[in-house]
Design a protein around this ligand. Structure first.
Ligand code: GP9
Ligand code: MN
Length: 426
């Protein structure tokens, strides 16, 4: 009820991290292009398989002078997988402990990125070559205030060899998206959801430009071929954005959505990373790339610890929009006050000092278990309580649909009934 909302507002206001003057508004007025990197894990960055770079384009992008690359960024998804990643980046609210909030909470009241940016004149659109009902997207996007959702109906999906299990393969997908993208009023806020690099990573060998790994575990061995394909598709997309002139006035944010190789494949992964996949190493394998390109912005590798919950406040501050009046559980990664404690949905967490995995504590630097007289133990207890409280409050908002009781200053509530994504509606 609304008393809970008071508690939530008090917490998120106390948790708010103010903008970093160096970056605040660095992308003001620019278009936003999110690229959802299906199942791309951070270990792939600069990784070589038999002496060959798996993702040469992303490797070059993270060295670009106007690109920030966060190399301690984590996915925070649970059973909702891709939809949990989307839910978090659009709202800075956690997904649910079980199931998918996209499916069970599609009709909640949200104050999501598309609706917030609408106040600043942004038109919003999602591009995804799969059936629009998958993950209940075509309903919840209306609650987020997305103006357009270009699902499979907007694409030519007639040639079998261009189709992956979850929709149009990435290269034809980006190719066919360009006209739709160019047709949008500016500034636009857009999200492109790829599917080429999806479990079990099967791909027509005609399309491959790198060999398989040789661990003997097929989904691990195939992974590098589909990751390379996805990398080439992104490279193609960047070239098309440059050709169209959109590149020069757009902030491009690339993020991994969740792990690609699950813990069931630890034995094979030991051959890939050259070390035992202990719980500590497994936590590190939950890192996904976060890459933010902004024309004219000072780039570099940023070691700040963060997660998908931090994307929305970070994005708003880069656009010069203050996030303090919104109910957001993450904080701006670039802020001096950013909270580097990264909660996972199951209560585990990582941070620059301590990892807590499966109720075991580890020194973040060495990976060694904390001893019972370790000076970090007290800090660990504080972190455990903070994580538990944050997850619990976020669940209260989502399960209680509490944003009905709070309208941020200057925010116009979304009316989902005014959106229609059908092709003939345009
Ligand atoms: C489905 C695609 C893959 O449309 O986004 O979803 P996932 O299986 O990764 O949750
Ligand atoms: Mn996914």
């Amino acid at each position: 009820d609304s008393d809970d909302m008071t508690e939530v507002i008090n917490y998120t206001k106390s948790n708010y991290a103010e903008p970093n003057p160096e970056y605040f508004g660095a992308a003001k007025g620019m278009n936003v292009i999110y690229i959802h990197l299906e199942s791309i894990q951070d270990f792939l960055m600069n990784y070589q398989l038999n002496g060959e770079e798996v993702t040469p384009f992303l490797n070059s992008l993270i060295k670009d002078p106007n690109t920030l690359y966060f190399d301690n960024f984590y996915h925070q998804t649970a059973q909702g997988k891709t939809s949990d990643a989307e839910f978090m980046l659009e709202n800075s609210l956690f997904g649910l402990p079980q199931g998918s909030a996209f499916i069970t909470k599609g009709q909640n009241t949200y104050q999501a990125a598309p609706a917030i940016l609408k106040e600043s004149g942004y038109t919003s659109a999602v591009f995804h070559g799969n059936n629009g009902t998958f993950w209940n997207r075509n309903e919840i996007y209306k609650s987020f205030g997305y103006d357009h959702f270009f699902d499979a109906n907007y694409y030519d999906t007639s040639s079998k060899e261009e189709m992956a299990e979850y929709g149009l393969l990435d290269k034809p997908f980006f190719e066919q998206s360009m006209d739709l993208l160019k047709s949008l009023p500016k500034p636009f806020y857009t999200k492109f959801i790829t599917v080429g690099n999806h479990y079990p990573y099967k791909i027509d060998q005609e399309l491959t430009t790198i060999g398989k790994a040789t661990t003997g575990d097929p989904s691990v061995d195939n992974y590098f071929q589909t990751a390379r394909y996805a990398d080439e598709a992104i490279e193609q997309f960047f070239a098309q954005l440059k050709e169209s002139g959109l590149y020069d006035n757009s902030m491009i944010v690339l993020y991994g959505d969740h792990y690609g190789i699950s813990e069931n494949h630890n034995r094979a992964m030991e051959q890939i990373i050259g070390k035992e996949v202990t719980p500590y190493e497994s936590a590190n394998l939950q890192q996904v790339p976060l890459i933010i390109h902004v024309p004219g912005m000072e780039g570099g590798v940023n070691h700040t610890y963060g997660g998908q919950m931090d994307l929305l406040p970070t994005l708003l501050h880069l656009l010069g929009i203050d996030s303090q009046n919104y109910v957001q559980f993450g904080t701006d990664l670039l802020s001096e006050e950013h909270n580097e404690l990264v909660p996972f949905r199951n209560g585990d967490f990582v941070s620059p000092t301590i990892y807590s995995i499966d109720d075991n504590l580890y020194d973040a630097k060495t990976g060694l278990p904390l001893t019972e007289d370790d000076s970090l133990l007290e800090k660990a207890n504080e972190f455990e309580k903070e994580v538990e409280y944050k997850l619990q409050l976020s669940d209260k908002v989502v399960n209680g649909d509490l944003l009905r009781f709070y309208t941020p200053i200057g925010f116009t509530p979304v009316d989902p009934s005014q959106y229609n994504y059908n092709k003939d509606a345009i």
